[in-house]
Design a protein around this ligand. Structure first.
Ligand code: FPP
Length: 244
């Protein structure tokens, strides 16, 4: 198999750090929550576009484990929007064949949100359309640490030979097990950081940082980003063919 490939195809798994809601609101002299409300519309547009394009997987960073440190009013607004979004959009998405997953620590969210998440996951288990994943109360380092803890426990109890721990085994212990690794990671709003998002999974992802604030990132911007991906050459550590 050639290690070098020019991607003329679409990515299989797009992951997005949806950033810039607060700045979008500030520019309009609105409360930060208004930026999150506008951000939900961008979520809708991008999810719809991903379905139309026939993408295999889309993962959206909706709430990081650090976001709990924000003022209670903002945390409450984000939780409320998550609830509203699930109640208003999930039935239709599931009917369209979307498979829904939520990755993160679900012990800290309100019980009704947990029930809603579990219900959507259960109802969409057999679906074969877009794999739509929301990272919610998610942190990448903690995800890796949890996988390490689980494997260490298995080794200590004699159920696992430490020599058999491979990257593939680690991947199978991540929340995203069963999904292809993200091959394209987009962050909006001009910041150039990963902010603890899919650290393990993004080892070979193409990164794209765009200046657009998330609420202004719609279908058109998403399609433009996908076009950027198709132009990139992916080498996975190998040399370009012309040099090799
Ligand atoms: C970052 O903007 C965005 C978030 C912390 C949350 C993302 C949430 C949404 C897009 C809306 C709710 C989502 C769903 C799925 C219903 P920021 O507040 O950090 O912006 P700033 O950096 O400009 O302050």
């Amino acid at each position: 198999m050639a290690a070098v490939q020019v991607t003329e195809t679409l990515p299989r798994h797009v992951a997005i750090i949806m950033d810039g809601n607060g700045r979008w609101a500030r520019k309009r002299h609105l409360p930060r929550q208004a930026g999150h409300v506008a951000g939900v519309n961008a979520v809708r547009e991008v999810v719809r576009a991903a379905i139309d394009m026939g993408l295999e997987a889309l993962t959206l960073y909706a709430f990081s484990s650090e976001n709990w440190k924000r003022p209670a009013i903002e945390v409450g607004a984000l939780m409320g929007l998550f609830r509203l979004y699930f109640r208003s959009d999930m039935n239709e998405l599931i009917e369209k064949g979307t498979r829904v997953r939520i990755i993160g620590n679900r012990t800290r969210v309100d019980p009704d949100i947990r029930a809603m998440i579990e219900d959507s996951e259960k109802r969409s288990t057999g679906n074969c359309g877009l794999n739509l994943t929301f990272a919610f109360d998610y942190g990448g380092q903690e995800e890796i640490a949890a996988a390490a803890r689980e494997l260490a426990r298995a080794a200590m109890e004699g159920r696992l030979d430490p020599e058999t721990i491979t990257p593939e085994l680690m991947s199978s212990r991540m929340f995203t097990a069963g999904l292809p690794e993200p091959d394209f990671l987009i962050r909006t709003s001009g910041e150039r950081r990963l902010s603890n998002f899919l650290l393990w999974q993004s080892a070979y992802a193409e990164l794209l940082f765009v200046d657009t604030l998330w609420p202004d990132f719609g279908r058109e911007q998403f399609l433009e980003a996908l076009k950027q991906f198709t132009k990139r050459e992916r080498r996975f550590g190998a040399l370009p063919e012309a040099v090799a």
